[in-house]
Design a protein around this ligand. Structure first.
Ligand SMILES: [Zn+2]
Ligand SMILES: [Zn+2]
Length: 472
């Protein structure tokens, strides 16, 4: 979902985080109008999948759907055997729900009809439609939440159904969108969170696999104990964490570290983003080399990163760089680190501008404070003012966009007046003109404080006193 903003507004800042790098995936969901066939498609980022636990009837529906083949891929190819195994088990133990069932229920097509019709953009009418979704990009670590708690108005209930799940080789190929980029779709379990108790009170424990010795441990408050795989297998899972199978990536890491030990003398040294190298060391799919995370747009080191550039890069010999670059792409190649001159000049210019604007503002504000009864106030949106303050105080690297008073204004008789309860501040006419001359924008909102009424009684006394003095 992209935010549309007018070109005048300041660009939305893009933030990256380790959490996003690890947990973010993308779902592509489509709604099709059954009258005109129009398809509307949206992309959404997810950090976990919240799956329903299908009941008996839902299961029958899902399983009959495989036979007719309408959503069949969900269980293929080894699914048939597994399906019959579960079927026979259910004869003895009652219905067994698999994680694959929950996934199939989540990704099943949804018929939009009756009260739930879909408003088609082409027909411009409510129409019957079908909704379906697939995964466009799978995350490094897939977090799966099973909807065990049902919260109703008066009470909450917990669904205690056992959901079986694989420790290794969870295959998500059936849920991958057809035109999505090639990627790993098999996952191995690394952790399970379980909830013991009822919907109103209970206790959480976790089972986690140690990556170094591949053993499973139970984490229960302060106590940690080794457990068997079957203990994990039989757990009543609430949240599951699956990690992309990274055998191939491990092989690649071993190969690279082998090359590194050869200590081949190299004429050229290459700087590589430490952030990317960390992904290479831990991710199944680290993506292209992202050296732009320590470079400016001109290919140098931005001045504000110059002091800690050693923390951002790792120096590698040529043979390693050649290997990484030919496999992962990206770049650019960096053999020499220098503080960018263009960015240096730009940052000095901005620093000067900050100082000038702040000094001028303080001077004008002081003059305003000294005025005893100003005849006009200008209102300013505090949201904009805070952005400007962030800029002049150096907390924000970019200046704000034009002054935006739209949120604090209402139009009355063709004039912009202050909206009741709006988040606004008051400045003098001079300050307004100063800020407006630099940033533009509006609208102008002027407050005129009422002139204190002159009480006739007091005036009379004063006149009397004056008269009396005259008399003397
Ligand atoms: Zn339509
Ligand atoms: Zn630069």
């Amino acid at each position: 979902v992209s935010t549309v903003s007018s070109p005048k507004r300041k660009k939305r800042k893009k933030y990256r985080s380790v959490i996003s790098d690890i947990f973010d995936g993308t779902i592509i969901s489509s709604v099709q109008c059954l009258t005109c066939d129009r398809l509307s498609v949206t992309l959404e980022t997810f950090q976990d999948l919240s799956l329903p636990i299908p009941g008996k009837e839902d299961l029958a529906k899902l399983h009959s759907a495989i036979k007719t083949g309408s959503c069949g891929e969900a269980y293929a190819p080894q699914g048939w055997i597994a399906f019959f195994m579960e079927y026979f088990k259910s004869w003895f133990w009652g219905p067994v729900v698999t994680l694959q069932d929950c996934l199939a229920a989540f990704f099943a097509r949804d018929e939009l009809e009756g009260d739930n019709m879909y408003s088609c953009g082409r027909c411009k009418k409510l129409r019957n439609g079908v909704k379906f979704c697939k995964v466009q990009k799978f995350p490094e670590i897939l977090c799966i939440h099973l909807k065990r708690f049902r919260h109703e108005l008066m009470f909450s209930t917990k669904i205690g159904t056992h959901v079986s799940f694989p420790l290794e080789g969870l295959d998500l190929q059936p849920f991958l969108a057809k035109d999505s980029p090639a990627q790993i779709v098999t996952y191995d379990l690394i952790s399970v969170i379980c909830h013991h108790g009822t919907a109103s009170s209970g206790h959480y424990i976790a089972y986690c696999r140690n990556n170094l010795n591949n053993l499973w441990y139970e984490f229960d408050d302060q106590s940690v104990t080794e457990v068997s795989e079957s203990t994990v297998q039989n757990a009543e899972a609430y949240v599951l964490f699956y990690r992309k199978s990274n055998e191939e990536a491990q092989r690649e890491r071993r190969r690279i570290s082998g090359l590194l030990n050869m200590m081949e003398p190299s004429l050229l040294q290459f700087y590589v983003s430490r952030q990317w190298l960390n992904k290479f060391k831990t991710f199944a799919e680290p993506g292209p080399i992202s050296n732009n995370d320590f470079l400016c747009m001109h290919g140098g080191v931005p001045p504000h990163k110059a002091n800690f550039i050693e923390d951002l890069v790792v120096m590698l010999p040529q043979n390693i760089w050649d290997n990484l670059y030919s496999r992962y792409g990206g770049g650019p190649a960096v053999n020499h680190l220098y503080v960018c001159h263009t960015c240096q000049i730009e940052s000095e210019r901005l620093e000067k501008r900050r100082k000038n604007e702040l000094e001028m503002f303080i001077r004008l504000y002081r003059a305003f404070q000294e005025e005893e009864s100003p005849s006009t106030f200008y209102c300013i949106s505090m949201q904009w003012f805070r952005e400007w303050e962030g800029f002049v105080k150096g907390k924000d690297s970019d200046p704000p966009g034009p002054i935006d008073n739209a949120k604090i204004a209402v139009t009355k008789c063709g004039n912009a007046v202050l909206k009741q309860g709006a988040d606004s501040g008051q400045i003098s006419e001079e300050t307004w003109n100063f800020l407006q001359s630099i940033y533009g924008g509006g609208p102008e909102i002027i407050l005129r404080p009422p002139v204190p009424p002159v009480e006739p009684g007091i005036l009379q006394t004063e006149e009397k006193i004056e008269l009396e003095t005259h008399g003397l």
